[in-house]
Ligand binder design. Structure first.
Ligand SMILES: Cc1cc2nc3c(=O)[nH]c(=O)nc-3n(C[C@H](O)[C@H](O)[C@H](O)COP(=O)(O)OP(=O)(O)OC[C@H]3O[C@@H](n4cnc5c(N)ncnc54)[C@H](O)[C@@H]3O)c2cc1C
Length: 369
């Protein structure tokens, strides 16, 4: 490869694709190195829920910022991207979870994100297939759903990046070496290889967190919102070794995507029947009618999980000229666009729209020394 790329992005999942797109919009020449199919890694194995989350102030800031960028992009996305503003219903099974719904309502409201409390009756009207007896829900109307692998390809194409099919085996801030011995020089390099990022940047602490998903045949209108149990927060943000939570998504095709499971430190792609059964059982406790809908396919994916559940965005601890955009756990679709923009801001030494320091990789490196 000639020295013509200003920036090389390694990895063309949704995060690498968003980086390539944001950098190219600033007029820089980008090359993307991908060892598999564009969008074919974890990006092809997920739910595509664009969701504002409040596990920490830094997580809230990044998800809210990125969700806003998704809404701006929606106007340009072709229909294949399946952008649907379904909204999220955080479902409360009892009074304790209703108190959590109210806390979230206050937290989001104070920070300018519209939400609405639904009582038991309003919830039953909003989602007639939920079982009776639930306490209520928090509705977040601007949360959305997209089809990520298609969007990853679209963003790479739009960026005009040169796509190099090959496996990177070493990366610094100025060059990337491929398995076949080719050396690719660049003005800057971004490691966006998701769960595989530590192979190129050994200081990164990223563990795989395996998830299963199941999809039904087409039942348009069966669900109207993304439904998530409030107990999901314990599953997503604890670091227990194995958990399941009700997380259901109506796809634009009319199919229902059934999630979700988490197994920390498990990197096999095999489908584990006991996890599928636990997940389905949990979902049917909320939506009993799901048991009547034939499932057509199940698969797994690996979330790239950092110790504090925040992604790494910024200079690598061992080589500040190498930029990292990896470790987005279960929010990489949501936060991809903000990640791309923050990386472009760092490259151009521009003041970002939100503080970037909470996502710098050095935070974890420093904390563990
Ligand atoms: C079951 C499940 C459900 C999820 N649901 C959601 C959701 O609803 N909303 C949400 O926001 N997020 C969700 N996620 C998380 C989201 O999918 C990930 O955070 C996101 O896809 C990570 O994107 P990425 O680009 O970092 O990684 P990837 O998509 O894995 O991309 C990395 C790319 O790098 C390439 N690569 C790796 N090593 C090399 C190398 N050495 N050389 C060249 N190329 C290389 C890979 O081939 C791959 O294409 C979910 C994840 C799972 C598993």
């Amino acid at each position: 490869m000639s020295a013509s790329a200003d920036v090389i992005v390694i990895g063309a999942g949704i995060v690498g694709a968003a980086c390539a797109d944001a950098i190219a919009r600033d007029g820089l020449k980008v090359a993307v190195i991908e060892s598999g199919a564009i969008g074919g890694g974890t990006t092809a194995a997920c739910m595509g829920h664009i969701v504002v989350m409040d596990d920490s102030e830094a997580q809230f800031a990044l998800t809210r910022y990125s969700s806003g960028l998704w809404h701006q992009l929606a106007a340009e996305l072709p229909s294949e991207a399946e952008f649907t503003q379904a909204g999220t219903l955080w479902v409360a099974s009892g009074e304790e979870e209703m108190a959590e719904a109210r806390r979230k309502h206050a937290y989001y409201g104070k920070r300018g994100v519209d939400t609405e409390i639904l009582d038991a009756r309003a919830l039953a009207e909003a989602e007639p297939n939920l079982r009776p007896g639930l306490a209520g829900a928090l509705r977040v109307p601007r949360d959305s759903v997209v089809y990520p692998p298609w969007i990853a390809r679209w963003l790479v194409e739009r960026s005009g990046a040169r796509v190099i099919h090959g496996e990177a085996v070493a990366a610094s801030g100025t060059e990337v070496r491929l398995r076949d011995g080719t050396v690719c020089p660049a003005g800057a390099v971004v490691n966006a290889t998701g769960v595989w990022a530590p192979r190129l940047t050994s200081s990164l602490q990223i563990q795989p967190r395996k998830g299963h998903l199941l999809i039904t045949d087409r039942y348009p209108g069966f669900l109207r919102h993304q439904l998530v149990e409030l107990g999901y927060l314990k599953s997503a943000h604890g670091h227990g070794s194995e958990s399941v939570a009700m997380n259901l998504q109506p796809r634009a095709t009319g199919q229902i995507l059934i999630g979700s499971s988490r197994q920390l430190g498990v990197d096999s792609s095999e489908i584990e029947e006991h996890m599928l059964q636990r997940m389905l059982q949990r979902a049917m406790e909320y939506v009993p009618g799901l048991g009547q809908l034939p499932a057509t396919r199940a698969w797994t994916g690996l979330r790239p999980c950092s110790p504090d559940n925040l992604p790494y965005i910024g200079p690598a601890a061992e080589d500040s000229s190498l930029l990292i955009a990896a470790g987005h756990e279960g929010l990489g679709i949501t936060t991809s666009l903000a990640t791309g923009t923050l990386i472009a801001d760092l490259l151009l030494k521009r003041r970002p729209a939100i503080p970037a320091a909470p996502y710098f990789p050095g935070r974890v490196h420093a904390a563990s020394h």
